[in-house]
Design a protein around this ligand. Structure first.
Ligand code: PMP
Length: 352
């Protein structure tokens, strides 16, 4: 009988219910790319050699991302989704050592810490979900942590961390500080411009949310050249395939459409938040992302099941600290959001 290593044996599989008419559980973009854009990408792909490996470092994509971020291409590494970037940074800096992260936080990051052979050291956010920078610095010192991983705006709480708290961590920490900006387009303020001051800052971004390319699996790392060089060594060569590179390049050329859709999602987010706050005993938390965390008086599993029975899939996040009776809903199309709001009103009526 062969057995995986202990950390793997103890991990649950990443499994989500995928079937529901209205899927608001993965913080994806509700809007697919227009047919012309897809046709354009396919036409470009038809002209590329499929029998050759793609540019190993992302080639043109890395250059385009560098231009977009206002940094040299040497400060960018592209990855097969930003989850791979998280794992790569762990492998470059932390395997065999502790990693400080927050609770509540991005639950998969904790899994990736374990998969990467590191040890997760969660630090609680404050009651208002703000970052407790002194507690993070104390935990780095107490555990001898090799790295800090933060998400801002944070998932699943939806708030961004105050700049002064992020800077307090950066000022006090001697180890790499990873700031995952997966949701930054929806209301964050990026730390990329602070890379000049912080050689140990590592910013992560993704094409899966605002860029509506979750299916293509592309993320990227922005950091100082020597950090990017170290992270790149842990990545399998050619990790971002030809198809994904072309799709990402095409998406970058349509910044106008991306921005327009971000505005629509933000508008819908504010509408859904207002509607939630009008429901008796429902508390939506402020969000600067494409999802909303909310609390009801009932056990989250009961609300979740009723919503699912009504065709609406959300995420039960009540297992995390501070999130008792909380669920997370991704902002969908206006129609999806109306279906969610209707289903939630019925679920709560039913439970009363
Ligand atoms: N980071 C955070 C904070 C996320 O919420 C997600 C997606 N749920 C990811 C990373 C993963 O994104 P990707 O699709 O780029 O792997």
């Amino acid at each position: 009988m062969i057995r995986p290593r202990r950390a793997i044996e103890q991990l649950g599989a990443y499994r989500l219910i995928r079937e529901a008419p209205v899927r608001l559980n993965q913080n994806e973009s509700p809007l697919d790319w227009p047919d012309e854009m897809k046709a354009d990408v396919l036409a470009r792909l038809a002209r590329r050699p499929w029998h050759r490996y793609p540019p190993a470092d992302g080639g043109l994509l890395r250059e385009a991302l560098g231009r977009e971020a206002g940094v040299a291409p040497e400060m960018i590494a592209v990855t097969n989704g930003s989850n791979e970037a998280i794992l790569a940074v762990i492998q470059a800096f932390a395997t065999g050592r502790p990693v400080v992260l927050t609770a509540p936080g991005y639950s998969l990051s904790r899994t990736l810490v374990l998969v990467g052979g590191a040890e997760a050291r969660p630090v609680m956010l404050r009651e208002d979900f703000s970052l407790d920078a002194p507690a993070v610095l104390r935990e780095i010192a107490a555990s001898g942590a090799a790295m800090v991983y933060l998400t801002s705006p944070n998932n699943p709480t939806g708030n961004r961390f105050a700049r002064r708290d992020l800077e307090a961590v950066l000022d006090g920490a001697q180890v790499p500080v990873v700031v995952d900006e997966a949701y930054v387009q929806f209301g964050g303020d990026s730390l990329v411009a602070a890379l000049g001051r912080y050689p140990h800052l590592v910013v992560l971004r993704t094409f899966s949310k605002a860029f509506a390319l979750a299916g293509a699996r592309i993320g990227w790392v922005v950091a100082r050249e020597e950090v990017v060089a170290a992270v790149s060594k842990t990545l399998p060569p050619y990790t971002v395939n030809l198809f994904a590179q072309e799709a990402a390049l095409a998406a970058l050329e349509r910044g106008d459409l991306v921005a327009e859709r971000v505005r629509l999602i933000v508008r819908e987010r504010e509408r859904v938040a207002r509607a939630l706050s009008r429901l008796e005993d429902v508390v939506p938390f402020p969000s600067e992302t494409n999802f909303i965390l909310f609390r009801t008086p009932w056990p989250a599993a009961m609300v979740f099941e009723r919503l699912l029975g009504d065709g609406v899939l959300v995420r039960d996040v009540s297992g995390q600290p501070l999130l008792d009776r909380c669920l997370r809903v991704t902002i969908g199309t206006p129609e999806d959001n109306d279906r969610f709001l209707g289903a939630l009103a019925r679920a709560l009526e039913d439970l009363r």
